[in-house]
Design a binder for this molecule. Structure first.
Ligand SMILES: CC(C)(COP(=O)(O)OP(=O)(O)OC[C@H]1O[C@@H](n2cnc3c(N)ncnc32)[C@H](O)[C@@H]1OP(=O)(O)O)[C@@H](O)C(=O)NCCC(=O)NCCS
Length: 441
């Protein structure tokens, strides 16, 4: 299988690099941890090595070293489409190589062959109450497939440790192949009177998803989904969802248990849920002024949000210190295809206004827009107006990144994670001891 051969070709070199680092430089100090970092979400403390993707504060996300713009121009695209095949994105992330069209299509085909979703998954989704959140349904559906895990079976049938990653890769391909139909089933159940549309195997990953949620007659929406999945596929493995997926995976939990856990983290309002909050805020802004607001009106509205002690959704980032290139890519998409869309124009007035106002607060470290500032606007344009579904779209895409990190963690034999906790009393006495020693110097 194409990805297995690709990883197999590289894995011993990576293992040697990691072994050399730990054997020869295991005591090298990377950073010291401060009391305030411990009390503020271990902010900025290096806790992972992330070769699959890396958030460059000044340039944005890089996948295997490539910027978003490079990826958009270098990955293979189908004729008559403007955005790369998702199979190519997965090849780059998982296989650490820019694929040819043939290799990108090989992954697309692999997904088609593995795409059948077991019936019990749909029954589990059906058993949720009507008011259930789409993310709870999605996460439970992914979790339910744990019984199909080839890794778990192999683990209990004495699979060799150095081959764990092969079974994890096998499971990852099954999961990522099935996930679009599961996400589509949830959409149709909640928002299209349960009118389900089966997969069309002649279509690529993104176009097939578009088809299954009833958008098959608009080729531009398939292009948007190619772009959307590419932009959301990964963002380092130290954020809440990816780190959760990795942490659970480090206990040798299978891919379904690990990815479902990651999705639960993504469902939080400070993480993946922000994209729906962002669009609701924009919609409210538009409705308040009954149309595209002026810069003056947006200034008033932003001030009101800040005065209420709230954040401006879609602006700021824990790591980035520049305009998110994913925002730029989405802005270019809208500029090209629907520059006059009123919600897009509203978002652009916010873009002209918010950064200066956030700078003026004197405390916001990054006043620039992140990807959430436009996600909802683009989906809304195509009639995907149900903002509580936007995080599922994010999860569908991010499952690519989760699975790549977990497979490679297994390939490199990364052990179970077990950091150390301290008590408040211990911290106080450590500080007191240090002060005592300083006083006696
Ligand atoms: C993304 C986010 C959570 C990062 O938080 P962070 O790393 O703590 O950001 P900062 O270090 O710049 O925060 C410093 C201060 O600026 C504030 N701030 C940051 N972004 C802000 C925003 N968009 N609007 C208003 N205030 C903001 C913080 O609340 C904090 O205020 P405090 O000291 O009174 O608590 C934050 O920017 C935010 O809430 N943005 C809006 C929501 C969003 O877009 N989320 C999606 C992220 S991809």
């Amino acid at each position: 299988m194409i990805l297995e051969d690709r990883i197999q070709a590289d894995v011993s070199t990576w293992r040697e690099r990691v072994n050399r680092l730990t054997k020869e430089h295991g005591d090298f100090v990377i950073s010291n941890v401060t009391v305030s970092q411990i009390f503020s979400g271990i902010r900025g403390v290096p806790i992972q090595v992330s070769d699959i993707s890396y958030v460059d504060p000044e340039k944005g996300i890089r996948y295997r070293g490539y910027t978003i713009n490079e990826i958009l121009s270098l990955l293979p695209k189908l004729p008559d489409t403007n955005y790369p095949l998702v199979g190519g994105v997965y090849h780059l992330l998982m296989g650490n190589e820019l694929p040819t069209m043939e290799k990108a299509l090989a992954i697309e085909n692999e997904w088609k062959n593995r795409s059948e979703v077991p019936d019990y998954v749909f029954r589990i989704i059906d058993s949720f109450p009507e008011n259930a959140s789409t993310m709870a349904m999605y996460s439970a559906a992914i979790l339910s497939m744990s019984s199909d895990s080839k890794f778990s079976k192999g683990y209990h049938d004495s699979l060799r440790k150095e081959d764990y990653w092969k079974a994890m890769l096998d499971d990852s391909l099954d999961l990522t192949a099935r996930s679009p139909q599961i996400a589509a089933y949830i959409y149709n159940k909640k928002y299209r009177n349960n009118e389900q549309i089966g997969p069309n195997k002649s279509l690529d990953y993104a176009a097939n998803f578009a088809h299954m949620i009833g958008k098959g007659d608009d080729p531009l929406y398939a292009d948007l989904m190619r772009l959307f999945i590419l932009l959301h596929a990964d963002h380092e493995n130290a954020n809440v969802s990816a780190h959760t997926a990795h942490l659970v995976g480090s206990a040798l939990s299978d891919i379904y248990l690990s990815c479902s856990a990651g999705l639960n983290g993504l469902a939080g309002p400070l993480h993946g849920l922000a994209n729906q909050e962002c669009f609701n805020w924009l919609l409210d802004l538009y409705n308040t002024y009954q149309g595209v607001p002026t810069k003056q009106q947006v200034t008033e509205y932003i001030q009101k949000t800040l005065d209420e002690g709230k954040v401006i959704p879609g602006y700021g980032h824990a790591v980035l210190r520049c305009i998110d290139p994913r925002f730029e890519a989405e802005r270019q998409f809208a500029e090209k295809y629907f520059p006059d869309d009123e919600y897009f124009r509203t978002a652009m007035v916010v873009f002209e206004t918010a950064p200066d106002m956030l700078k003026a607060t004197g405390k916001v470290k990054n006043p620039w827009p992140n990807v959430d500032a436009l996600n909802g606007t683009l989906q809304y344009h195509f009639g995907v107006t149900q903002s509580d579904y936007y995080t599922v779209l994010f999860g569908l895409s991010r499952m690519l990144g989760f699975t790549c990190h977990i497979v490679w963690a297994r390939a490199l034999g990364k052990p179970i994670e077990r950091p150390k906790a301290l008590t408040t009393r211990l911290l106080e006495s450590m500080i007191a001891e240090e002060k005592k020693q300083e006083a006696t110097k």
